[in-house]
Ligand binder design. Structure first.
Ligand SMILES: O=C(O)CCC(=O)C(=O)O
Length: 177
């Protein structure tokens, strides 16, 4: 596994709501995408599902290809972004498919590891102000606890994009539950 580069702040709402990217966090990884390809099938140009959900339905232990890799990633995230993530889902997109504006208010912190094709990622605050940036292979995008209350996010559809982008979405259980 490649060492993590330093954190680079990208945005600020309130100090406790800082979000940031860690460019190239797993840019040289050779294990995650092959492991992910073993555990999902495409539904058209999209796929999504749980990789690890130990404490609620649908209870999902790490699938075999992630038996060592999954806990290793959680340990690396705890060391590099200081968050002990408790659940992981995946998303997959091909031929420029995306996902519309939404928030994930049922969860606390989230970190998205982007793999494969470079895609735009968009944020929209409660006043409708939008910001958009690129996520490249291996980039990590961190959203702190509370972020979901103030921001929506989306992966815009980009029909001119070829190839596939997958993401691992690491989540913490919200304190509101
Ligand atoms: O694939 C992405 O980067 C977005 C994932 C997402 O929005 C979600 O899982 O809620």
């Amino acid at each position: 596994m490649s060492p993590a580069p330093p954190l680079r702040p990208r945005g600020r709402v309130r100090p406790e709501l800082d979000w940031h990217t860690v460019p190239g966090w797993r840019a040289r990884d050779e294990w995650i995408l092959p492991a992910l390809h073993q555990v999902f099938e495409w539904d058209g140009d999209r796929a999504t599902g749980w990789l690890y959900l130990p404490d609620r339905a649908p209870v999902t232990p790490w699938p075999e290809p992630f038996a060592t890799l999954g806990p290793h990633l959680l340990d690396a995230l705890a060391a590099d972004v200081g968050e002990a993530f408790t659940a992981v889902c995946f998303q997959a997109y091909r031929n420029g498919a995306g996902v519309g504006w939404h928030h994930d208010r049922g969860w606390g912190a989230q970190a998205i590891l982007s793999l494969g094709a470079t895609r735009s990622f968009a944020l929209r605050d409660s006043r409708g102000n939008e910001t958009q940036f690129l996520l490249q292979h291996g980039d990590l995008f961190y959203m702190p606890p509370g972020f979901q209350d103030e921001w929506e996010h989306s992966v815009p559809t980009e029909r001119n994009v070829r190839g596939e982008r997958c993401s691992l979405v690491f989540r913490t259980t919200t304190l509101k539950e």
